[in-house]
Design a protein around this ligand. Structure first.
Ligand code: NAI
Ligand code: MG
Length: 339
């Protein structure tokens, strides 16, 4: 069984350019046979070429089926012709389930009691981008479909089977009775296919509250797009910080591994960015796409060892401690891997 493993690498903007090469080096150390292609996307690409997601990038991504994405810088004001390439790429590859694990790392500022997986619907909700102005009133449409809800729920319940068989459906169906009502009902229908999973539900605001008070009470949170976006940043903050947080977007045929963080313009270009979010995203690829849980475990153990030794980038270090940069952190992980 020697299936060729292809990966399309898209570093993007800002610190994406710095952390992705480090994550690629770690991947090559554990899986030297992986076939890489490189492609461009983002704000810098838009300014140079007039498009943020060139057709060549799209076809390289489609061809590989598996993408490692850094980050892109998207302006918060409307720019004619610009749309976020990562949102478009997720939609184009139909990667509908976004996995965002958070676990406590041995860090001075991290909570000790987190081992949580957020499974976030990745294609619908307010992120369909249907906004319009009617005079002085802005209206955004929120789309929730039964099919979209059920397919992400199925992924979440399958993963819950490996995580103590506990899952919480997150919604706000007490207010959004029709949209979150359909989400809740669809997820509960899938729950009936998984009688071994202990399923409960929580209102998103209450889940946020309990997540801060007692994060250990959750193992898998199944959320619509917007709630998952917000709750996963919260979980990342508790577990060690945005620089540490990995994610994987999964579809029927395609996958995108990407750190949760953005382009971090405040530190970009200085070699200070934490590459562990990107490295841990590669571990998710190995575990969930390439069925190499052994290599994923090895990477996560290496990261744990490095942190326990006090090798820290500035974002995860106490102010008084000496820190390392992106490159040195990558070297430390490679050394811990014995590479
Ligand atoms: P951000 O994640 O880029 O930065 C937030 C804070 O976390 C900053 O203080 C930054 O220095 C720090 N940080 C982020 N990644 C880090 C790393 N690897 N190591 C150390 N510190 C790190 O989010 P922000 O500031 O809201 O957005 C900046 C730009 O990134 C915007 O243009 C935004 O649109 C874009 N963005 C892109 C995302 C993506 O491509 N998936 C996700 C989030 C934001
Ligand atoms: Mg976010």
């Amino acid at each position: 069984m020697t299936e060729t493993l292809h990966l399309c690498v898209i570093p993007g903007d800002g610190v994406g350019q710095e952390v992705v090469p480090v994550a690629v080096a770690v991947l090559q150390a554990v899986l030297p046979e992986v076939q890489l292609s490189f492609a461009e996307a983002g704000w810098e690409t838009f300014q140079r070429t007039g498009t943020a997601l060139p057709e060549a990038t799209m076809s390289a991504a489609r061809q590989a089926g598996v993408v490692l994405f850094g980050a892109v810088a998207s302006p918060s004001h409307p720019v004619a012709g610009y749309r976020s390439p990562i949102v478009a790429l997720r939609r184009e590859l139909d990667v509908f389930a976004n996995l965002r694990p958070s676990r406590s790392w041995p860090l001075p500022d991290a909570r000790r009691d987190i081992d949580l997986l957020i499974v976030r619907e990745n294609t619908e909700c307010l992120y369909v981008g249907r906004e319009r102005l009617e005079g002085e009133v802005a209206i955004a449409e929120r789309v929730i479909s039964r099919r979209g809800s059920e397919r992400v729920a199925r992924v979440a319940f399958q993963l819950a089977m490996q995580r103590d068989r506990r899952l919480t459906i997150v919604h706000k169906a007490n207010i959004l009775r029709i949209s979150d009502g359909l989400w809740r009902e669809s997820c509960l229908a899938v729950a009936r296919e998984f009688p071994d999973v202990q399923t409960d539900e929580g209102l998103v605001d209450s889940v946020a509250y309990h997540l801060v008070r007692q994060p250990g009470r959750y193992r898998v949170l199944l959320t619509p797009n917007l709630y998952g976006d917000i709750l996963s940043d919260l979980a990342a903050a508790l577990a060690g910080g945005l620089g540490m947080a990995p994610s994987l977007s999964l579809g029927e045929r395609c996958a995108i591994a990407e750190p949760v963080h953005g382009a971090a313009p405040d530190i970009a270009g200085r070699g200070l960015a934490n590459p562990l979010g990107a490295i841990l995203s590669v571990a998710l690829l190995l575990r969930h796409v390439w069925q190499r849980g052994d290599l994923a475990d090895a990477i996560e153990r290496a990261v744990e060892q490095v942190l326990a030794r006090g090798v820290l980038t500035p974002d995860i270090a106490p102010a008084t401690q000496e820190t390392v940069g992106t490159h040195a952190m990558g070297q430390a992980v490679l050394a811990a891997l014995g590479a």
